[in-house]
Design a protein. Structure first.
Length: 140
């Protein structure tokens, strides 16, 4: 099939990279989808339909970005002629995917936090506290 000098391990490297990266992406997406429901329900004041819709759209976007990134970074110019090179290349590629997933996770948390803060700011607020008796303003 392949000669050893032709990079006999490259197909194995690609398949291992795709398998591990896609499995991690699916696991993270399911975790985010399951745990994001509560957060989105709070951010959307209990509107289940809107929270569910946004949660689904976020997961679709997550899959598109991550699977696109995985496919985009599949190519390598390294020679993979032995098991050591295969493991090193796969670990480099999967490690990079994990870093990208982590960055996306923190960006999502930041966006959700801002959405929640804005939603809370729109709620009717309690009246301002009454100053203590005898208080005439800032000290001079």
């Amino acid at each position: 099939m392949f000669k050893k000098e032709d990079g006999m391990y490259i197909l194995h490297t690609y398949l291992l990279y795709l398998t591990i990266s896609i499995a991690i992406t699916v696991w993270v997406a399911r975790t985010l989808h399951a745990n994001g429901k509560t957060f989105l329900l709070d951010a959307f004041h209990g509107n289940r339909e809107l929270a569910g819709s946004v949660n689904h759209l976020l997961v679709v976007g997550f899959y598109l970005l991550n699977l696109g990134w995985i496919i985009f970074t599949l190519r390598t110019y390294n020679d993979v002629t032995n098991g050591r090179a295969l493991v090193e290349l796969v670990s480099d590629k999967v490690g990079f995917v994990l870093i990208v997933l982590g960055i996306m996770h923190f960006l999502n948390i930041l966006i959700f936090s801002r959405m929640r803060r804005r939603a809370l700011d729109r709620l009717p607020s309690a009246p301002p506290p009454v100053p203590p008796a005898g208080h005439w303003g800032p000290a001079r």
